[in-house]
Structure formats: structure tokens, C-alpha cells
Design a protein around this ligand. Sequence first.
Ligand code: SF4
Length: 106
Amino acid sequence: MLIYASRPGFPTPHPFRPATLPDELIQEIDCAFSGLLRGQEPQQRCLWFDEQQRGCRHYEFRPPICREYELGGTACQQRRREERRTINLYNLVHENAPAETSDPVP
Ligand code: SF4
């Protein structure tokens, strides 16, 4: 759902946000994710996953990636592994990056 979050500093919503997405869903998403970058969002469970119903609470508004992959299929699992690797690498690089100075090299 991060993909639909408002982007501080951008004049328009993310291009994948459906034009018909209700305001209350935008507010719910922004409350959970606004200001976060990809990979910074909680990874445990999708915001829209309904534990009791075992399904998507807003299936008609699910993002493109949920439409493109068969749930738990080979391509889905491969993509999840790749995403995890990318996120882990990003976190490793940024945890070990030297602190920025106030006097950058010109
Ligand atoms: S289809 Fe699943 S992963 Fe996609 S938005 Fe719905 S609950 Fe989340």
C-alpha cells in the first residue's frame, strides 16, 4: 500500500494511485506510510489484509503488483526474495555509510 501513499514534496499523488480511491483509504494509508520510502514500511503483513476473512479488504483497489503475481506462486516467491535482498543490501550500505559532513567536497 506504500505505493498509494502521499509523497511529501511531490505535487501529485503516485501515478499508480487509482483516481477513485476513497479519501478514507488515502487517510488510512498516509497514516501508516506517508513519508516512508520503499523498504522502510513494516514488512510483516499488508495493511489491507483481513486476518479473519483471510483476504484483501479492498480487493478492487489492490495495487498492480497484486494483480500481476499469483499469490504464493513461483514468480511471487522469487520477487519477494529479490526485494528482501535489495532491502538488506540498502540497509547494510546505509548503516555502514560514513556520516555526512557539513563541508562536502565541491
Ligand atoms: S491483495 Fe493482498 S497484498 Fe495486495 S493489497 Fe490486498 S491484502 Fe495487500
